[in-house]
Ligand binder design. Structure first.
Ligand code: SF4
Length: 376
């Protein structure tokens, strides 16, 4: 039962939805939309239930991974309207790492005790299929035990074109070369009408779903993400969650869900004519984390906050709103930085442990697949 204090000033409908969640019953999309709009006392009731479900499921443990990002090129011509990371090859700041440079970065990661490298890049027409295979093989040569979390579904789509083969055959080759899991990025909002405006040249919803489910069926796990707080409606956010829940019901291949707020300072999307931005503010972020915990309950166990996008202080607050993972140390995160995120490139394990402890949670280092490696 909901705490009597929380019963005050809560509409019967919200009370009913919250009670359903507490009873581990699945909530519908319409119900998720209702609780995404709550305010005042109802907001605190939502928080309380999201925290309770999360604590019970995770025994009050908040995990993190020691990892590093390797962004191997910022040359890209996809022209996503929200992206300030990509540049044309002619730009003085454009870069493409050589395989030797990538090898050095993996060596640094190994030296820093990373269990994972997260490797992504722009859709660079100078690349060929062998370059992608070499990234994977070289990484495993340096450290056969390091987990390679690499290539967004957009990149997988592009690599399959370079390989001139199906998505399935492409993934089989990448897996053979060392690919362990895939970031569920390039999802943005899984609503085609929105994608046509913010990323018209990207894969559509059906293609994203095909790549993700093919990976899951090949036993390549992926994360899942949402980029929110730009031009989408609350209903679009729920449609997105609905797609993730349907995929997970079928494949069980998602390891986590990561809400990524749109970095508002991004100059391109903000300046487009006829585009009205619908930015999210603190409470909107917290409501999305809580609703994700309730809506995805018994489907996706891990909800991650991105401290790079939210800032470490606000990320800490999210740990009381259904979030059980603090993401990673990262070391070098070019993409958010280019988009205007003001937070650093690296948090040490010691800093992360302190943040988690002062939130009243138990810190634990995990690997990419959420096996606990060490408690603190
Ligand atoms: Fe290219 Fe990715 Fe930026 Fe889109 S979001 S322009 S695919 S780097």
């Amino acid at each position: 039962m909901i705490n009597t204090q929380l019963n005050e000033n809560i509409s019967p409908n919200i009370k009913r939805i919250i009670q359903k969640s507490l009873d581990s019953e699945e909530i519908t999309s319409e119900e998720a939309l209702e609780i995404l709009k709550v305010k005042g006392k109802e907001f605190f009731a939502l928080q309380c239930v999201a925290d309770q479900i999360c604590c019970e499921k995770k025994q009050n443990i908040v995990t993190f991974v020691i990892n590093r990002n390797i962004n191997f090129t910022n040359i890209c011509y996809q022209n996503c309207k929200f992206c300030s990371y990509s540049l044309p090859a002619t730009d003085p700041n454009a870069f493409l790492l050589t395989i030797d440079q990538i090898r050095d970065k993996v060596k640094e990661a190994k030296f820093a005790g990373c269990t994972e490298v997260c490797i992504q890049g722009g859709i660079n027409p100078e690349l060929n299929f062998e370059y992608y295979l070499d990234i994977l093989k070289t990484t495993k040569q340096v450290d056969p035990s390091i987990h390679i979390h690499a290539f967004s579904p957009q990149e997988i789509f592009y690599i399959s074109k370079l390989y001139k083969n199906s998505i399935e055959e492409t993934l089989i080759e990448l897996k053979k070369a060392g690919l362990d899991s895939i970031p569920g990025t390039a999802a943005e909002i899984l609503v085609d009408e929105i994608r046509k405006i913010i990323c018209p040249n990207k894969i559509n919803v059906a293609q994203w779903k095909e790549i993700i489910t093919t990976a899951h069926n090949l036993k390549i796990p992926t994360t899942s993400t949402i980029m929110y707080g730009h031009i989408e409606s609350l209903r679009d956010r729920i449609k997105h969650l609905e797609i993730l829940r349907e995929i997970q019901e079928e494949t069980h291949g998602f390891t986590e869900f990561v809400p990524l707020p749109f970095v508002k300072e991004n100059p391109i999307l903000s300046q487009l004519e006829n585009i009205r931005l619908n930015p999210s503010y603190g409470m909107d972020d917290l409501k999305l984390f809580s609703v994700a915990r309730l809506f995805l309950n018994n489907y996706i166990d891990n909800i991650q906050c991105s401290w790079v996008k939210l800032g470490p202080n606000f990320a800490q607050v999210s740990l009381n709103y259904g979030v059980n993972d603090f993401s990673g140390t990262l070391m070098e995160e070019n993409i958010s930085k280019s988009a205007g995120a003001e937070f650093g490139e690296y948090l040490s394990p010691e800093e992360i442990i302190k943040i988690i402890k002062t939130a009243g949670k138990i810190p634990a280092q995990r690997d990419t697949l959420y096996n606990i490696l060490r408690y603190y």
